[in-house]
Design a protein around this ligand. Structure first.
Ligand code: ZN
Length: 161
């Protein structure tokens, strides 16, 4: 029996709820999430819980903030001058912006927390920071990754290479 292990492509049906039972994310019907197990493509707390599962098996997984999107950092805010943004950009509270880390060059999302006359407050916390996540998962499919997929570090579908 094939079970979830490293270097396997996992197709995962999932529903994600917050502590208050609100559903905030789920896979679409017949379109499970596909990823390479053991390659940190999903949050660590969920990946860890999948090892050894079989196709068809279901599980409830509770992931603490540390193993998900981190604790909420009350100091994770930065004030930027309004001039740092394009003139025609409609800045409003809650807007998500893609910015690039100045050191690593990696893109990440920030949230506009407040728009003032001359400046803008950005929240660098992930929207799910500080949240305990409740997943209900089911393994929809499972197969060993191809050598090419392992080389590329991602799953290949019918249209992706
Ligand atoms: Zn590829």
């Amino acid at each position: 029996m094939v079970t979830v292990k490293d270097d396997h492509v996992v197709s995962l049906d999932y529903v994600l709820r917050l502590e208050n039972d609100q559903v905030i994310d789920q896979s679409s019907e017949g379109e499970p999430l596909e990823f390479l197990q053991g390659h940190s493509q999903i949050i660590p707390g969920l990946e860890e819980a999948l090892y050894g599962m079989e196709v068809g098996e279901e599980k409830d997984v509770v992931v603490t903030p540390t193993d998900a999107y981190g604790e909420y950092d009350p100091e994770g805010f930065e004030v930027m001058p309004r001039g740092a943004f394009p003139d025609d950009m409609e800045l409003q509270q809650g807007l998500r912006l893609l910015v690039r880390d100045q050191n690593t060059g990696r893109p990440f999302e920030v949230t506009v927390s407040e728009v003032r006359e001359d400046n803008v407050v950005l929240d660098f916390n992930h929207p799910l920071a500080g949240q305990t996540l409740h997943f209900h998962v089911q393994i929809a499919d499972l197969r060993p990754a191809t050598e090419e997929e392992l080389e590329h570090g991602h799953v290949h579908g019918p249209d992706t290479h």
